[in-house]
Design a protein around this ligand. Structure first.
Ligand SMILES: Cc1ncc(COP(=O)(O)O)c(C=O)c1O
Length: 475
């Protein structure tokens, strides 16, 4: 698919762009004169320029394609299920901003809400009506949330939920599970999934997941295997868990795991925190806690609730949330928290999510997962395609693994994945115009814009890519 708007692919600096407000098209005095004929942008050219001024050329590591090799595509624009790169090439996009976009890119309702909000000012540093509306919408839909605080990212949400749990219980130690990713705060990076999984090859021990994190920062982080209910004691402030693990491929909670965590936390007076940054408003209106019927004390949200803009949130029991400043002694703040554009986008996105939308998402994901599994099976590639509701995960087993390949249940199992094989499959798909996430531990995010025809196309491309992979493996 080629881009119908080729002018997107030329180099437009701010100086060159017409000033919308003043109508001025001349560059300001003293500005560097633009080239008379702008060079077309290329992915490689932009990556080279980016690497000169941005570490690794990207603002989030997975985007650099280190895990799969090659040059990242630089997105010029997106609509619905598609993105177009700066060279005008289109891709069916199964990344969807890692789940921040659920209704498709540039959904008119969301774009219109952002436009209208922008016209009224972009940030005030004072409370607004739409913050109240978004908080009410979250409290009305997520079973555990009686009060909620809006922040600007999932990382901020989990980091602050941990601080709150420590402040409310007066305890320091926290439990997290290997392969779960909760953003990049110091205490939570240990044994993290997502792109950190490509870096961290420590076995079991609680070690910092990144250089620059002092051992002291993880001294109170206890890392345990996913899907095993631990025996806790009264030194534990909280247990944080992805109720469906979506950063080590896709790993479903074993029957009884989430309820076991609930019971154990209650027994020792620890708080249970569900990190629903991915599952919130994606698995169902009330998130994983509604689907699995287990109610945490605190819930972290992000992604979908910002409609593609920067929003995170944490909320839960009112008595716990009331430990936050200005009511209580646990401090948290943010210049852009509850930003008017982000709350407008989030409210617009949530307004599109009724029960019919979740049924559609689940049907789309089922069609995709069955098709991908068939593609691997028919090519003789050892793989397991997992699905939980609308989330789909690929696990490519090491070559020669006898079938049928079981789904991984924990981080050790997930990390047996054939990362190089995933890289080859990824590129075969990308060459044919289907963009998966450039990392073996990310999941696929089919959304409301992925029509049955688009899914059928993706599956037919996957048949070919799986055959290519099988041919390479045999060579
Ligand atoms: C489960 C989970 N928690 C937290 C985060 C961090 O969110 P953010 O990238 O918005 O900081 C992510 C990001 O992917 C995530 O998947």
């Amino acid at each position: 698919m080629t881009d119908p708007t080729p002018d997107q692919t030329t180099d437009q600096t701010t100086d060159q762009a017409t000033d919308q407000a003043t109508g001025r098209s001349e560059p300001p005095a003293g500005a560097v004169a633009p080239p008379t004929r702008p060079e077309p942008l290329t992915n490689q050219g932009l990556f080279d320029r980016a690497r000169a001024v941005i570490p690794g050329g990207v603002n989030s590591p997975v985007r650099a394609f280190d895990a799969v090799g090659g040059t990242p595509y630089f997105v010029a624009r997106a609509a619905g299920a598609h993105v177009w790169d700066v060279e005008g090439r289109g891709y069916v996009d199964l990344v969807q901003s890692y789940g921040a976009v659920i209704a498709g890119h540039a959904h008119p309702h969301v774009v219109d809400a952002i436009r209208r909000a922008a016209g009224e000012g972009t940030s005030y540093g004072a409370p607004t009506y739409r913050e109240v509306l978004l908080a009410e919408a979250i409290c009305a839909r997520v079973p555990s949330v009686e009060k909620v605080r809006l922040v600007s990212s999932g990382t901020e949400a989990t980091m602050t939920a941990i601080r709150l749990a420590r402040g409310a219980t007066g305890r320091s130690r926290i439990v997290k599970f290997a392969g779960n990713y909760h953003g990049h705060s110091d205490a939570l990076l240990a044994a993290s999934g997502s792109a950190v999984a490509h870096l961290d090859h420590s076995e079991g021990a609680t070690v910092p997941g990144s250089a620059g994190v002092p051992p002291g920062a993880v001294a109170d982080t206890v890392v345990l295997p996913y899907n095993q209910v631990p025996v806790l004691d009264d030194t534990i402030a909280c247990v944080i868990v992805e109720p469906v693990a979506a950063n080590m491929g896709l790993v479903a909670p074993a029957p009884g795991f989430l309820q076991g965590l609930r019971d154990e936390c209650t027994r020792v007076g620890a708080l249970l925190i569900f990190d629903e940054v991915i599952t919130g408003f994606r698995l169902d209106i009330g998130g994983a806690q509604q689907v699995f019927g287990v109610i945490p004390d605190l819930t972290c949200l992000g992604k979908v609730i910002g409609g593609g803009l920067n929003v995170g949130a944490f909320g839960g029991r009112a008595d716990v949330m009331d430990h936050l400043a200005p009511l209580g002694p646990v401090y948290q703040a943010g210049t852009l928290s509850g930003n008017p554009l982000a709350t407008a986008a989030g409210l617009a996105a949530l307004s599109l999510l009724d029960q019919g939308a979740y049924e559609q998402l689940e049907g789309t994901a089922a069609h995709l997962a069955v098709g991908l599994q068939d593609a691997f099976d028919s090519a003789g590639v050892a793989a397991h395609v997992s699905r939980v509701g609308p989330l789909v995960g690929l696990y490519l087993a090491p070559t020669g693994t006898p079938g049928p390949v079981p789904a991984p249940v924990d981080y050790d199992g997930a990390r047996a994945a054939d990362e190089a094989g995933y890289g080859r499959f990824f590129h075969a798909m990308l060459d044919a115009g289907v963009a998966l996430a450039p990392g073996a531990y990310e999941v696929l995010f089919p959304g409301l814009a992925h029509t049955p025809d688009i899914v059928a196309h993706v599956v037919s491309v996957a048949y070919e890519a799986a055959r290519t992979l099988a041919g390479e493996d045999r060579a």
